[in-house]
Design a protein around this ligand. Structure first.
Ligand code: ZN
Length: 432
């Protein structure tokens, strides 16, 4: 098979200006139906309900991760660094492009309800019968397994894994810049060009030339700001809670034999927890949102109310609770029940550290399975040190645990029945 395209292809991209494709395999992968499906999955899930610009897709992010990886590798090749294994170029680019191909609609929320894992789906799509698998097998019979191993972080060369999965990988660099662009905030910007210039392959890993330390500090500060301002935003959390509750309720009804007026088969498989790759690939956000429009008309008042809230953005309000002890939570639960609310659904305690994000931790924590390679600086004497040993700024945000408990609830029934609510709770819920 011809490996290089006769003419380079380009995609116009608001973050990287242009994305360049030179390999036939990459071009063929982009044109598979599994990759095209990513156009119908938003990168930031429900964040568009908080930041209305956040409509960008996993398709654009995946192309972006590919482009950053391509730039890093070309820089290594241009400079002729002997520590970069040249034969790993294509496997690295394919893994970068495909790393999120298993994401479903509103991934993180659905994964919590149905206990699925997008990385497992990514590997199934790559390894099982699919157009992607077909394109990869044209390279060599074991090529799909190699690409999957990079994504699962079991590939024998850690330098390849670290391109798409480390504390400063192509994945994070793209999503920070892209999410900042589409949400319209300025926190996420940093000097990508500068960072790409100071990366070096060195003894089987990727390191940063010490003179690039300040550019890396800027990247880590941006990441810190983005987590608190965008990813942990309490309004986004409220919409995620409602989304999870819709699926929890739908599953409860489905298992209990409730007859839905509208239930397409891919959603039925999801609620039944028995999905094949073929079913899974039919799930996208258009289908989920159509379901919500239909379910808003269902007989079950709880399901219909939750769908209506999600579609029309009547989200739950929240209060901050310093110490959510059992006594207080019981008191709230009893009060909610007494005015006809359902505490199983209408009160939810949330703490943002349940999210799969960390700001920056140089070391692995006890029991943690997925370690991300730390950021290493290389000085002029060829000595290596972890960045927090050299940078005061990085040290000051490392492992910083900020965060508050929030209690989410629908405000309308409380307001309507405020005369029946004890004074202490009235104060807590600011009902005076
Ligand atoms: Zn990604």
């Amino acid at each position: 098979m011809k490996q290089q395209l006769t003419e380079e292809k380009v995609f116009k991209d608001p973050v990287h200006h242009y994305i360049y494709v030179q390999d036939q395999t990459i071009w063929d992968l982009i044109n598979t139906k599994e990759f095209q499906r990513l156009r119908r999955i938003r990168q930031l899930g429900t964040s568009y309900l908080t930041f209305h610009g956040a409509e960008h897709s996993r398709f654009s992010h995946s192309l972006g991760v590919y482009e950053i990886t391509r730039k890093i590798i070309s820089q290594f090749e241009r400079n002729g660094y002997p520590d970069w294994p040249a034969e790993e170029r294509l496997v690295s680019l394919c893994a970068a492009l495909l790393h999120d191909v298993g994401h479903g609609p509103f991934s993180h929320s659905l994964e919590e309800v149905f206990d699925t894992d997008h990385e497992e789906w990514t590997c199934k799509i790559i390894l099982e019968h699919s157009e992607i698998n077909h394109v990869l097998r044209a390279v060599s019979e074991d090529f799909p397994a190699q690409v999957a191993a990079v994504i699962q972080k079991t590939y024998p060369k850690p330098i390849v894994v670290s391109l798409i999965s480390s504390q400063m990988d192509a994945d994070r660099m793209d999503y920070l810049l892209r999410d900042a662009y589409y949400t319209g905030v300025n926190y996420g910007t940093f000097d990508l060009e500068r960072i790409l210039r100071v990366l070096r392959p060195y003894k089987g890993q990727i390191v940063v030339k010490e003179s690039g330390m300040h550019a890396v500090e800027h990247y880590l500060m941006s990441r810190y700001q983005m987590y608190w301002q965008i990813y942990f935003h309490p309004v986004t959390r409220s919409s995620e809670i409602i989304l999870r509750q819709i699926f929890r309720r739908a599953q409860e009804l489905y298992v209990g034999g409730y007859k839905f007026d509208w239930m397409p088969s891919p959603l039925q498989c999801l609620l039944h927890n028995n999905m094949t790759v073929h079913d899974y690939l039919k799930l996208d956000e258009a289908l989920v949102q159509t379901a919500f429009t239909q379910w808003a008309e269902e007989q079950d008042p709880l399901l219909s109310d939750l769908c209506d809230r999600f579609l029309n953005r009547h989200l739950y309000k929240y209060i901050t609770i310093d110490n959510p002890d059992e006594q207080l939570l019981n008191e709230i639960s009893d009060c909610f029940s007494s005015i006809g609310m359902n505490p199983d659904y209408h009160m939810e305690i949330d703490f943002p550290f349940d999210l799969p994000y960390d700001v920056y931790r140089p070391d692995k924590k006890e029991g943690e399975k997925k370690e991300k390679a730390p950021i290493l600086l290389l000085d002029s004497q060829d000595e290596i040190s972890e960045i927090s040993a050299k940078s005061d700024i990085v040290r000051s945000i490392t492992g910083l645990h900020q965060g508050q408990y929030h209690l989410y609830y629908p405000e309308e029934p409380l307001k309507k029945n405020s005369s029946q609510i004890p004074d202490s709770l009235k104060k807590l819920f600011k009902l005076d």
